[in-house]
Ligand binder design. Sequence first.
Ligand SMILES: *Cc1c(COP(=O)(O)O)cnc(C)c1O
Length: 392
Amino acid sequence: MKKPRLGGKPGSFPPYLFRDLDKKRQEAVKKGKDVISLAVGDPDLPTPPAIARFAAKEVLKPANHCYPEGRGTLRLRKAIAAWHKKRHGITLDPQTEILTLIGSKEGLAHLPFAFLDRGDTVLMPDPCYPAYKTGILLSEAKIKRFPLFEKDGFLPDFDALPASFFKGAKMMFLNYPNNPTGAVGNLKVYAKAVAAARKHGFWIAQDAAYSEIYFGKPSPSIFQVPGAKDVAVEFYSVSKTYCMTGWRLAWMIGNPGAVAALTHLKENLDSGQFNAIQETTVFCLENHDRLVKPIREVFRARADFFIAALEKAGWTVFRPGATFFVWAKPPVKAASLDCVYRVLEQASVLITPGSGFGPSAEGYVRFSLTAPEKRIREAAARISRIDWSKPK
Ligand SMILES: *Cc1c(COP(=O)(O)O)cnc(C)c1O
């Protein structure tokens, strides 16, 4: 019998990047070390009790126990449209421009199957969230990266790319607010992306999973750019917004043809998300401001003191405008993985190497401030005591 393997070209799925790192972490734990993990982007805060209580009642309703409507109930899609109207001032048709997803990771990984043929080219930011690669590799499409630099605030500088860069591209991923850097997008950058997409005929998939964890001005939607609906889709998620990573619900908005294509694929692939969670999402959207504000404040406060502590210890930190990540370089020049190992060895703090998000991020590391405050303070104190002159 043939050995099972993932689709795409043989060997195109690289081995899990953090395998070695996790082995080192387990070794440290075995030695009795108290390891603080700031590696995984999963909020430690529980889902707000008001949401959980609402969901508990929905779970008990027999009407919610059947297969849901794949693309999401009309009630939910109407609530999503109303929320975007209020939040971004944009108008969406709940019938044709909104698709409910089981999570945005699922949607982002499946979308390439709707857009791409084998051998097509996809433009991908470097660094970026690793899940974008999944659908691209399984579609046997090609990846072309565009770098994000600190000098540009980790926004793409489309003008600096050669004119030939966009030629033949079928799709581009964008992700603002950005994981791993914490950068926030703006309408100028979105307008440039939309203009390029219209000119060269490619789709834009803009991942807004962190849209609500912002610290300054509310992060914009790509659909605030006129004409964006001709070429773009955008992803939103309850996961980070309401600390609901275990519940799973997200949605894609935008171009009706793209919404129809992914709906068609997903109707043949899954049966949507539990109605109780769809109903709960309506509750979340209708009570958005009061639910999200405290969550946003917690992450802002954590970022403030953690960044101050890192800077005091000689680190170079990119000031995040959003997300719960801190993107930084250590006091001495070091490769990302090297820095991660030294922080683990000397401070028993586990962090993520920037190089895992793309080659342009070599030298950076990512801290995820998703541990209780006391643990983050302890981590900062230990990191401050690292002796960088000590040989590894
Ligand atoms: C966490 C995360 C997601 C996944 O969100 P789900 O809706 O829980 O699947 C998507 N994009 C980015 C950048 C993320 O960090």
